[in-house]
Design a protein around this ligand. Structure first.
Ligand SMILES: [Zn+2]
Length: 81
């Protein structure tokens, strides 16, 4: 009886936290929205208000995951992150 309860708890915790131990980035981080300008920039930004985006009109919001898939690099401007 006790063994059954323990097995149930273990299987429940697996359902609740199915996160594989990916080093570094969490799921939430991967889904975070970032901003970039297609064609003219090779960086992604934490906010549309980043200095380097001020003159850009065609700002797109994508997830960090997609930005990385596009080969975009994290913006290095101070204040962006
Ligand atoms: Zn930036």
């Amino acid at each position: 009886m006790k063994k059954k309860v323990i097995a149930l708890i273990i299987s429940l915790s697996v359902i609740i936290s199915p996160m594989p131990s990916v080093s570094g980035s969490s799921m939430a981080e991967a889904a975070q929205k970032v901003y970039y300008v297609p064609g003219s920039s090779y960086a992604y930004h934490s906010s549309k208000d980043c200095r380097s985006l001020r003159r850009s009109k065609n700002i797109k919001a994508i997830t960090i995951k997609k930005a990385k898939a596009l080969g975009l690099k994290k913006c290095k401007i101070r204040g962006c992150w």
